[in-house]
Design a protein. Structure first.
Lengths: 522, 365
């Protein structure tokens, strides 16, 4: 470490990205991203889930290769071919989920990855760790088992591991997400000392306060594109509040060239009509890996689209599942057309007209190996006229499936094709056909355009608008604020499993929802 | 993802050409099954050569004793009866994604209860009703034995592979205890149950020694196949097997279906035990464990859980085991060489499957 700390801090980039693009089937994860990472700087990457942060880190740490553009290391174009190569180049990554072996001691974890034919060089390691920890002012218990350490301590071990391997660039992926407030502050101080020694740090987060408190430079990602950057000079000149409001503008502000932006057609919702869906004090207990819901209440009238906005993972899925009957609610009431349905099963709720279009299209929405035709009727197995006396009526199923394929424009080679072979957009059409077909009254859409291309996104949105225009009540859960603004009548914001506010979709809705989303009052 | 341009109308048009595609598919399937089996026979032949046995003589004996001699083929077909019931039970479980590996315990408990009840019941009831009741009792006992793994899997998510395997150890031991302590025939010195008189057993087919249990087995496996492929209940089980989360999403009662699957699977295993006793053996000797349950698993896998294909593979297994027993006696090869042969077939098939998959992947890319 001493060699690094003595080297002069120069301005040139350690690593630079030039027009880096990465595509996955159905989505452009990174679209022409430029980024410069310099020694002595904490470079904050801000963005919501799905903004492309993880893909970017994947490319920097050698897990993935860019489709276009190039990565420069020390000014020279260098393809980073593997995680091992990234380490050799001095790029160390601390991933969101801990990557230590819990049953081994800290020292053993640090020695993992050494040549297998050598005895582990324990003394050498101890000397080196002592040197590093002294300069950073932290203490690490080398002989403690990792499972005995707190999450904050484990993180320090991971950082230490990167330092032992002579990293010049340290990438911290959502490192604060599992830490206590004091842990977060300690991490902030540690990052400061590290950059003072001449390291470069890339710090990924979606929390604005941390970005403003710990960063030197901020880049904001949105839907795979870099929408703005605050360089260090400007960063220092602004106060914390100004920085936050500038970031809010970058993250939630309107893009001028956004092809998805369509003016919301004015639709009149009859304010006098009785609500189709009434939810009062709906409560769900939290589980080990999912937040609960606390006291959710809202009404939706016929023809109305209520949006649920929020950062992903704040209880959206739990809300949808509790309404559909897939998740046990611990309290509260759900009324459909005034009739209480909270004790009914999934099938009975569907029977009464409550439909849930899941966001997990292949995981739970369909059975991938089954033919398209059967997937249309997964939620009606045994029902006439497709089954009579429990026996499958092949002809009836195929006839209706062919109708749905035409009506919903599903592009499939045949009705017998396994549904997983279709593209994401066409699988979504199968789900739309299944949920919107006869008898629907209230439809819950969970991230209906997630991962779809533009044409399918626009088609899905039109379907949702049409659904509401037919007089159905629509609950639209989405992490895409643009989508909500272009479609909803009202937008409620969910955070930590509670609705923190509801905003009528008027002119100032964008900023008000944006502020609610990041924990400020509307 | 590019925007699809294929017109939706082609959906119906292409269905017409799919006939040729399915024929090619079936041909491919046949090739992928028979090719590896032949390769496995060659490999097993090499092993026989290595231990100094003429493989052609071995295979010749197997075929002669298991297939071509009148007595052999009758024995083979008789052996099929319990195996078909077991295969039917496994098809239900495997298609529903539940690995009931406790077939042997369920089989033996069914066999012992059938052996214990049938000789008593035939004295008080008309023969057909007595046998029917014995079948029923055997089935119920096997179902009850499967409740522990079923409930654990349905409500606690405990892995059924481990629980059914453990229950099978307990089941075989319990069956032994029952034979030795409870149902022991006081009239003999050998520890065994009372023997069902030959005239009270299931009738033989025509003028042969083939048991009519074969017909029951065929009926069982065909019914299971039709239920699994043609009915709403079968589809529900297949949904649970193919994607349990989709089953929850679609509102299926997964715990109830899980228990039903175990009950059907174990019930059929119990019936397999009963059909072997009431049809063929007549009694259960202590420490008797033919281990049919585990032997049938490869046959069901090779058949890809298709009932009709399973009949073919069960037949092949019967030929191998009947023929292998006598070939082993005559050539001095260990009796277990049949198992070696079956396992080589399995490994070669798995390898062929893997290579075929890789080939398809690379052709797509």
């Amino acid at each position: 470490m001493s060699s690094l700390s003595s080297s002069p801090v120069d301005i040139s980039d350690i690593v630079a990205l030039e027009g880096v693009t990465k595509r996955f089937p159905g989505i452009v994860a990174n679209d022409g991203i430029d980024l410069s990472i310099r020694p002595g700087e904490v470079h904050v990457l801000l963005g919501e889930n799905g903004a492309g942060k993880s893909t970017l880190i994947g490319m920097l740490s050698g897990l993935q290769q860019p489709d276009e553009g190039r990565i420069l290391v020390d000014g020279k174009p260098t393809p980073i071919t593997s995680p091992r190569h990234a380490l050799a180049l001095g790029i160390g990554t601390v991933f969101q989920h801990m990557m230590l072996v819990p049953t081994l001691t800290v020292a053993e974890n640090l020695l993992l990855g050494g040549p297998w034919w050598q005895r582990p060089r324990t003394e050498e390691l101890e000397a080196r760790v002592a040197e590093i920890t002294r300069s950073l002012g932290i203490t690490v218990k080398l002989h403690a088992r990792v499972s005995e350490l707190s999450l904050g301590e484990q993180q320090q071990v991971e950082i230490l591991r990167a330092m032992v391997r002579n990293s010049r660039l340290l990438i911290l992926d959502e490192s604060t997400s599992m830490l206590t407030p004091t842990g977060i502050e300690e991490l902030g101080a540690l990052m400061r000392r590290l950059v003072e020694q001449g390291l470069a740090i890339v710090f990924i987060t979606h929390k604005l306060k941390e970005a403003a408190a710990f960063g030197d430079r901020i880049s904001v990602l949105k839907l795979g594109r870099k929408v703005g950057e605050i360089p260090p000079e400007r960063f220092r000149a602004l106060g914390e509040q100004e920085i936050i409001s500038e970031i809010v503008e970058l993250m939630f502000g309107k893009q001028k060239d956004d092809p998805e932006a369509i003016e919301r057609p004015a639709r009149a919702v009859d304010a006098q009509a009785a609500p189709l869906l009434q939810v009062a004090d709906l409560t769900v207990a939290p589980t080990d890996n999912a937040p609960g819901l606390s006291s959710i209440s809202f009404d939706i009238r016929p023809g109305e689209i209520l949006g649920i906005a929020g950062i992903d993972g704040n209880g959206q899925k739990q809300l949808a599942e509790a309404l559909a009957g897939q998740r046990v609610a611990t309290g509260g009431s759900v009324r459909l057309e005034g009739v209480s349905i909270e004790t009914l099963s999934v099938g009975e709720r569907r029977q009464r007209g409550l439909r849930y279009l899941t966001d997990d299209r292949l995981g739970e929405g369909t059975v991938g190996t089954f033919p398209v035709s059967i997937n249309f009727f997964l939620k009606q197995v045994g029902a006439a006229p497709f089954w009579r006396g429990g026996v499958e009526q092949r002809a009836e199923i195929d006839k209706r499936a062919a109708e749905l394929v035409r009506e919903y424009d599903v592009r499939t080679p045949s009705l017998k094709t396994p549904v997983a072979r279709l593209s994401g957009g066409n699988i979504q059409k199968v789900l739309l056909a299944r949920e919107l077909a006869e008898g629907a009254k209230v439809v819950i859409f969970n991230k209906p355009t997630y991962g779809l291309d533009l044409a399918n996104t626009l088609a899905s949105r039109q379907r949702i608008r049409d659904t509401a225009a037919r007089g159905l009540a629509v609950l639209l859960i989405s992490t895409d604020l643009e989508e909500l603004l272009s479609m909803c009548d009202r937008i409620a914001v969910i955070a930590n499993g509670a609705l923190v506010g509801t905003v009528a979709n008027a002119n100032d809705a964008r900023t008000r929802v944006g502020r609610l989303m990041i924990g400020l009052a509307a | 993802m590019s925007i699809d341009t294929a017109p939706a109308a082609s959906a119906t048009a292409l269905d017409a050409t799919s006939g040729a595609a399915t024929r090619r598919d079936i041909l491919h399937r046949l090739l992928m099954t028979i090719g590896p089996i032949l390769a496995a026979l060659v490999i097993a032949g090499c092993i026989l050569l290595a231990v100094g046995v003429d493989p052609l003589a071995y295979y010749g004996y197997v075929l002669e004793k298991g297939l071509f001699s009148p007595l052999g083929i009758q024995q083979t077909l008789t052996r099929m009866a319990p195996l078909l019931f077991l295969a039917a039970g496994l098809i239900v479980a495997f298609r529903a994604g539940m690995w009931n590996l406790g077939g042997d315990g369920q089989f033996l408990l069914g066999a012992v209860t059938a052996a214990a009840s049938a000789p008593v019941l035939v004295q008080i009831l008309p023969a057909w009703l007595a046998l029917f009741c014995s079948f029923l009792i055997a089935m119920l006992v096997a179902i009850i034995w499967s409740l522990v793994p079923a409930l654990l899997r349905a409500y606690q998510g405990v892995n059924e592979i481990i629980t059914t395997l453990m229950m099978t150890f307990l089941g075989t031991s319990l069956a032994n205890v029952l034979v030795k302590l409870v149902f022991r025939d006081p009239g003999t010195t050998v520890p065994q149950t009372r023997t069902l008189p030959v005239e009270d057993r299931l009738p033989r087919l025509f003028e042969t020694t083939i048991t009519s249990g074969l017909l029951l087995g065929l009926a069982a496996i065909i019914i299971v196949h039709l239920v699994m492929t043609r009915t709403a209940f079968g589809l529900k089980l297949r949904i649970v097997g193919a994607n349990p989360r989709a089953a929850v999403h679609a509102g299926l009662g997964v715990p109830g279906l899980t228990i039903a699957v175990f009950a059907i699977s174990a019930g059929l295993a119990g019936l397999a035990g009963a059909v072997d006793i009431i049809g063929v053996q007549g009694n259960v000797r202590a420490d008797w464990n033919p281990a049919y349950g585990l032997a049938v698993i490869p046959a069901v896998f090779l058949a890809r859980m298709n009932g009709f294909a399973a009949i073919g593979f069960v037949f092949l297994l019967s030929v191998l085991s009947i023929g292998g027993e006598s070939a082993a006696r005559r050539l001095g090869v260990p009796n277990h060489f049949t198992l070696v042969l079956v396992s080589i077939v399995l490994i070669v098939l798995a390898l062929a499957e893997y290579v075929d998959h890789r080939y398809h992947q690379s052709r797509k890319a």
